[in-house]
Ligand binder design. Sequence first.
Ligand code: MV4
Length: 446
Amino acid sequence: MFNKILIANRGEIAIRIIRTCKSLGIKTVAVYSEIDKNALHTKLADESICIGPAKSKDSYLNMNRIITAAQLTNADAIHPGFGFLSENSKFVDLCKENNITFIGPSSEVIDLMGNKSNAKNTMIKAGVPVVPGTEDPVYDAEIGKRLADEMGYPVIVKASSGGGGKGMRIIENSTEFIEGFNVAQGESVNSFADNTMYIEKYIRNPRHIEVQILADKYGNVVHLGERDCSIQRLHQKMIEESPSPAIGDELRKVLGETAVKAAKAAHYENAGTVEFLLDENGDYYFIEMNTRIQVEHPVTEMVTGIDLIKQQILIAAGQKLAYTQDDIQIKGHAIECRINAENTLKNFMPAPGKINAVHFPGGFDVRVDTALYAGYVLPATYDSMIAKVIVHGSNRKEAIEKMKAALDELVINGVETNANFQYSIMNNPTYVNGEATTGFIKDLLS
Ligand code: MV4
C-alpha cells in the first residue's frame, strides 16, 4: 500500500480525497497556488507545497512542478481528482517515468477515450450501441454536408477531441450545414488544435445516463449502477441522482452490462464512467467514456455504500477487486445538488467574493462536500462550484424531501449562490415526476 499520496487538485475534491487517505492511514500532500494559500485543502493535508501563481496553467496544470512536489515530499502516488491533469496522458507518462503511481487508468486508454470518434469506433467493434453517424473522420464541410444529407436532419457535428459541449453544433437542415460545421470546426481548432470532426444524428431532448464502473489490473470489471445527470445548463451538470427515474430494472441491467462490456473492450483499469444518451423510445446509445472520478460520484457512494476513492487507491496499488457483481446492491435513492457561486438569472455568471458565514446541513444520510469556511475568500480564478449537497432516502420521494430540508438549512453568506434555484427545482412537477430531460433548465428559464 502507498505510504503517502499527493493530491494534484484543490477545493472539495482535494478534501474528499484527503479524508479517504486518512481513513486508510495514508499520509497526504496538498499542492496549492499562491492564491490558494489559505484554501482548506492546504490545512487538512499533512503537508502542503506551493506550486506557483494563481493561473491554473502556472500551478495546477504545471506537470513538472507537481512531480517535483511529489519528489520533495517522497509521495509514492498522485491522485489527480477531476479536471486539471486528470485526463492528461502526458502527465500519466511523466508519473511513470518518475516511479510515481498515477491513481487512474493507463495513458493509452486516456488517449483512446479522449478521442471521441476513436472511442465510438472501439464501442462499435465491441457491439455497444452508438448514435448512428460517421465512422471515418470528417475534415471538410462540403464532404460533411453530403454525409449529413444522406443521414437526414437534424444532425450534430462534434469535435473528435471535444467532449463536454465544446466544438459541438446542432444543425437543423441542409442549408445551415456549411456554416454550422465551420463554426464547430473553428472552435475545435482554437480549443484543441485539431480539425477532426464527426457527425451524428441529433437526438432531441435525451436523458443523460451514465454508468459507474470499477476495473482492476486483472480484467475484473463491475458496475455500480447508473446516475441520471439530465439536469444541466451550459454543459455543466446541476443535479444528479441514482438510480435514474427514467429506467426500469430491465434496462438498468442491460445498461450496466453494456458498460462492463465497454470497459472490458477498452482494457480499462480503475474507476470510470460510461455515458449514454437515452431517447424518448427508450433506446440507448454510448456517447463517451470519462476516465476520471467524477463530480457526481457521491450519489453512487450513497446507494452502494462503496467509497469510490478508496477503490481507486486499492486498484492503483495492485489489489484485486473485492467485489463481484452480485456483491453490489443499489439501496434507496440519492440526489446531489451542486451549489455554485453564481447568478442564475444572469446566464449563471460566476459570483466570487468573501464568505462571511456558513452553516451546512446535517442529519441521517445528509452529506456536504465543500471547501468553504467562514472568512474564506473565494477566488474568481477557478470553478464556481463551492459545495455539493448529497442526500440519501429510502426512495426518491423521501430523498427529494430530505434535499429540500437540507437546502433550506444551508447558509452561505457573502456570495450569491444557486441554492434557492435548486430548492425551486425540488418543487418543480416535471422534476418531481422524474420527467426532466437535458432541455429542462433552458425551458425553465425561457
Ligand atoms: C448529443 C446530443 C444529442 N444527440 N449527441 C452534450 C455534451 C456531450 N457529452 C454530448 N452532448 C450531447 N450529444 C447526439 N447525437 C445531445 C447532447 C447534449 C447537448 C447538446 C447540445 C446542447 C446541450 C446539450 C445538453 C445535453 C446533452
